[in-house]
Design a protein. Structure first.
Length: 312
């Protein structure tokens, strides 16, 4: 019976040698490591507590967020069902594949549930293993620009390689990659941290391919540069637009944050009575399973910037 340390070394070696497609023009396909990053995130957040991985909105959203870091190289939309199915192949054997009814599946068109290898699942419970797995896969499958973005995303130091040293000489490109990684981290922390639910309306729309809400900065990012998730809010697109336009903010009152609508700055109408003005003085909504709460100090800065003052 191998020890946990031996199992971890074995799996680190397997993760560094995934059966990834290689192309002279596109480089190494990033799909499989990004899928594994997504699964590790679900384990870290407590949203994946057993070996069963479902092809659902949580997994797809996380994968698509990661894809933003490689889209410049791949130039296409992510083919999420492909790595979800392919990681169950004989060469990689990350998991076993099933359709939605629990029958064995080998096609990406039908694979909707996967059962993680028990030894890998054991390894993934260890935060140090997840850290080392990220480092191994970042170095193995991604370009220097992508490595910088991913390291910023995970708050890791960049690999100490000659290739990375060469890339770092292009300060503009390096900073651009860092910024992309920070933006990606903010988005990935805010959405799931608020259970993808709009704080203004309490609305959550979920499909098999993702969620509708957006990650909004409370204190304007252009002024603050603040990517702390406590400076973030999950908002539906219309609520986000109205917030950035200064049509509403929030004022702390006791344990609540009450909506403060900037009356007199707009007119509105709605066939079904869905009006911003109707939300004035109501508390922001946070899902009972939300792991995040915004820092009220950021709302004070937002309100001051937009000259929104509490009503008497």
């Amino acid at each position: 019976m191998p020890t946990l340390s031996e199992l971890q070394n074995l799996w680190l070696g397997k993760l560094a040698n995934l059966n990834a497609a290689r192309s002279a023009s596109l480089g190494i396909a990033p799909h499989k490591p990004l899928m594994i990053f997504s699964v590790m995130d679900l384990i870290r957040s407590g949203d994946l507590r057993d070996r069963w991985v479902a092809y659902n909105a949580d997994l797809v959203t996380r994968f698509r967020d990661y894809w933003d870091l490689v889209v410049d190289r791949r130039k296409n939309r992510p083919e999420i069902s492909m790595p979800f199915n392919a990681l169950g192949g004989e060469r990689d054997a990350i998991w076993e594949r099933y359709d939605e009814h629990g029958n064995s599946s080998i096609s990406r068109l039908t694979t909707r549930l996967c059962h993680l290898d028990p030894d890998l699942f054991t390894c993934l419970q260890d935060s140090n293993f997840r850290l080392n797995a990220r480092r191994v896969m970042i170095a193995a499958y991604f370009t220097p620009a992508e490595q910088v973005g991913l390291c910023e995303r995970f708050r890791l130091p960049v690999p100490d390689t000659a290739e990375m040293t060469g890339f770092a000489k292009d300060r503009e490109a390096y900073k651009t990659s860092q910024k992309k990684g920070r933006n990606n981290r903010f988005k990935a922390e805010v959405g799931p941290g608020y259970k993808y639910t709009c704080a203004l309306t309490g609305y959550c729309l979920q499909t098999t391919t993702g969620y509708m809400v957006q990650a909004a900065h409370i204190h304007q990012h252009a002024k603050s540069g603040n990517d702390d998730p406590r400076n973030g809010l999950a908002l539906s697109p219309d609520a986000h637009w109205m917030f950035d336009a200064g049509l509403w903010s929030a004022i702390p009152k006791g344990d609540d944050l009450l909506v403060e609508v900037a009356t007199g700055r707009f007119t509105e109408s709605s066939l079904h009575g869905r009006l911003l003005m109707a939300l004035d003085a109501t508390p922001l909504y946070f899902h009972s399973q939300s792991r995040l709460r915004p820092d009220p100090a950021h709302f004070a800065l937002h309100a001051r910037h937009h000259r929104i003052t509490p009503k008497p």
